[in-house]
Design a protein. Structure first.
Length: 88
């Protein structure tokens, strides 16, 4: 799965212009603030861990500390893609 260029722009605007907050949950999709159209999905969220997968040709799940998923290292570069944007 890849975003269209319009979906990517809408996702970035939703986060950075409209200031949308995101509390990751299983089934959510996200992208990054890089110049690409890649999409990742949250598989599960536990008390300590967020499990994610790359939606295209992934190499398996990745595990991230829940407390750092949106705040540390790569975290602030994650951009939620809400369902209404995916339906565009």
């Amino acid at each position: 799965m890849q975003l269209t260029p319009q979906q990517k722009l809408e996702s970035l605007a939703h986060r950075f212009y409209q200031g949308a907050e995101w509390e990751p949950k299983a089934g959510d999709y996200y992208t990054t603030s890089r110049a690409d159209l890649e999409v990742y999905q949250v598989v599960s969220v536990t008390e300590d861990t967020v499990e994610t997968v790359y939606t295209e040709n992934g190499t398996g799940p990745s595990y991230w500390p829940k407390g750092e998923f949106l705040t540390e290292g790569f975290g602030p570069k994650r951009v939620w893609v809400p369902d209404f944007i995916l339906k565009m």
